[in-house]
Ligand binder design. Sequence first.
Ligand code: SF4
Ligand code: SF4
Ligand code: SF4
Length: 241
Amino acid sequence: MVRVAVYSLSSCEGCISVIATTLHRFLNELRSFVDFEYFKIVLEPPLEAEALYVDIAFVEGVPATEEDKRALQLIRERSAKLVSLGTCASTGGLGYSSSRYIRAGGASIEALEPLSTYVKVDYALTGCPANPEEFAQTLLLLAKGFNPRPSDYSVCFDCPLKGRACFLNKGVVCLGPVAMGGCGAPCPQLNIPCHGCRGPALEADFDSFFKILEAKGLKHELAEDMLRKFMGKFAIEVKVK
Ligand code: SF4
Ligand code: SF4
Ligand code: SF4
């Protein structure tokens, strides 16, 4: 049996909540070869007991405290594979940006970072919250010895509004061109622009994106605020000044 643990550092616990409440849909496929040794919310041992020796660890949230950082190191040492679970864990997400703004205002809180700043991450399962079906697929692939691969296309690829009805053509900022696809573009389908909750697309071209915005007379500032929400480290350090 493949031993699995699902941990949570500082977070809203939205990813593990969604997965814990929907995992029963996938248990038939998983239960013959996967043992959940630990699952935050479902099982709550004290911190020292959290870092078991497992084959696959999923870790949600960001290491915001010294206790979190110690736990993360221990989890890494004791897990053959480590998956960052959700956008916070993978890019630093909202905490990455907001902690820097609050610090810039003079507060002495720590600047938050994604897991990969502290430890090797074998796979980033993004999403806010992470998608339970993708969680089960990732688990299945890793348990069978395969490497999961992130979507190699942007949200626009899936979007039913491609073409004339596109938000960008209607004067509304939408991050679809630079956001990682694979979600099926539910937000544009509900008439909501994409906010990039799965982080940046693999080859996101932010320069071209801003040129498109300029050509359409759309404001950079709004796009930058939207990018900072979920793309954390990647948007801010790489492209958004
Ligand atoms: S990725 Fe979203 S749902 Fe998951 S812990 Fe972060 S804020 Fe919560
Ligand atoms: S995701 Fe947004 S930018 Fe992309 S096609 Fe759809 S509406 Fe247009
Ligand atoms: S359309 Fe954009 S904001 Fe909506 S789920 Fe997909 S990546 Fe997230």
